[in-house]
Design a protein around this ligand. Structure first.
Ligand SMILES: [Zn+2]
Length: 121
């Protein structure tokens, strides 16, 4: 695995949040066969201590989301919905919104309000 660069704490934070949201969404909605998620730009286990298993669709969405997050040209990253770049397009945009909404609500119901507004697309 080639290490491209070090990630800032803020980036790692966003990566963790994104993974958490997609993981909850997939776990609660997709009851199909899942595989362990891996990403080419970094070792997941360096950032999140546990492995995450996703269905093929969610794996694709998370790969896209992580790629876009790491390519984000703005420092600090603004809230995605207020950003002029709008890197999520088409299906990915509606899908990530659905994921954020579902998992956001899930966290509220389970007392994780602190997670809610930190990464809102
Ligand atoms: Zn899924």
């Amino acid at each position: 695995m080639v290490k491209q660069r070090e990630f800032s704490e803020k980036e790692k934070d966003d990566i963790r949040t994104l993974m958490k949201f997609v993981r909850i969404y997939c776990r609660e909605n997709h009851h199909v066969e899942k595989t362990s998620f891996s990403f080419k730009l970094f070792d997941i286990k360096e950032i999140e201590k546990k492995e995450i298993s996703l269905c093929p669709d969610c794996a694709r969405l998370l790969t896209y989301g992580l790629t876009m997050r790491l390519k984000c040209p703005h420092v600090p990253k603004p809230m995605c919905k207020k950003c002029e770049t709008q890197c999520y397009h088409g299906d990915y945009k509606s899908k990530i919104r659905e994921v954020m909404k579902f998992s956001g609500m899930y966290m509220v119901k389970h007392g994780r309000v602190d997670m809610l507004y930190r990464y809102f697309v």
